[in-house]
Design a binder for this molecule. Structure first.
Ligand code: NAD
Length: 276
């Protein structure tokens, strides 16, 4: 399949470092890039999950390896970079996908905003914001040297307008949009216009990190919030990982070569709908 690719959208032979690729959405993106001939580096702190994704890709004939690192630990990211440089000698694509929310950083009948623990808020802010900045410092340095590279951050539709309950997560994803623009300008002006930085803002996709908000833990039925979300999504459903792939390929391929500093919502129209 890869040899038949349209050059405009080709990622063949590209080295793609993907944090959080042991998870649902970025793991799906890793499989898509590998299917199209990229060398995928699955970076995750969860050993079993990362290996499972890399093994799955290899079993389907793709090229992937798992590298264990914590996006909040620059030493472990430096070690991951050494592995990548040893194997490939370059980094063409960086996807900053590690991120997520935590129950203790979300208001609920049991937890008011006023009682929200500092460590939970700090965890969510750090994971999403610094967990995007630190890997960009480590892997982006190579792009600055190469004078080319594509960085894709993973924001969320709650970055445009915050959602109820999830204060830290909404704030951190809003910061990712700002950082995406900052990095796009900084890297193009100071290093090379061949380095681009964009973000995808997914809407609601059912994954481990948000299941507790969308489904009743015992019955599996949609919660009132889950129903409200689907009702507020003009396309009338949650997203599935495949929904992200067209935007992914566009943003990491030459098809978007004059596009930098943007955040693309992929949300079934959620952020466009006023509710009336
Ligand atoms: P997921 O929980 O399935 O995957 C996240 C992965 O990140 C996991 O494999 C986890 O081990 C890894 N990870 C967490 N902390 C890490 C760390 N410190 N260092 C290295 N790896 C770490 O989540 P997902 O739903 O696939 O989300 C992927 C990205 O998409 C996240 O940034 C998330 O915020 C974002 N997002 C998700 C949704 C959604 O509806 N699921 C919506 C908008 C944005």
């Amino acid at each position: 399949m890869s040899s038949e690719q349209d050059p405009l959208f080709s990622v063949e032979g590209q080295v793609a470092v993907m944090t959080g690729a042991g998870g649902v959405l970025i793991g799906g993106m890793a499989r898509e890039l590998a299917k199209r001939g990229a060398h995928v580096v699955v970076v995750d702190r969860a050993v079993d999950q990362a290996q499972k994704v890399a093994e799955g890709i290899r079993a389907e004939g793709g090229m992937a390896e798992a590298v264990i690192a914590d996006v909040l630990d620059r030493k472990s990211l430096g070690d991951a970079l050494s592995c990548v440089m040893e194997s490939y000698g370059r980094v063409d694509i960086l996807i900053n996908g590690a991120g997520g929310n935590r129950k203790e950083a979300s208001t609920s009948p049991e937890l008011s905003f006023f009682d929200m623990p500092a460590d939970a808020l700090k965890f969510v802010m750090d994971l999403n914001l610094l967990g995007t900045i630190f890997p960009t410092q480590i892997f982006g340095r190579i792009m600055a040297r190469q004078k080319h590279g594509v960085i894709l951050n993973i924001s969320s539709m709650n970055s445009f307008r915050p959602l109820t309950k999830i204060i830290g997560y909404s704030a951190a994803k809003a910061a990712i949009n700002n950082v995406t623009q900052w990095l796009a300008v900084h890297l193009a002006q100071n290093y090379s216009p061949g380095i681009r930085v964009n973000a995808i803002a997914p809407g609601f996709f059912e994954t481990a990190q948000n299941k507790f908000l969308l489904r009743d833990e015992t019955t599996g039925e949609l919660t009132a919030r889950g129903q409200q979300i689907v009702g507020h999504t003009p396309m009338g459903r949650f997203g599935v990982p495949e929904d992200l792939m067209g935007t992914l390929i566009w943003l990491v391929s030459p098809a978007s070569k004059f596009v930098t500093g943007i955040v693309v919502p992929v949300d079934g129209g959620f952020s466009a709908y006023s509710g009336v």
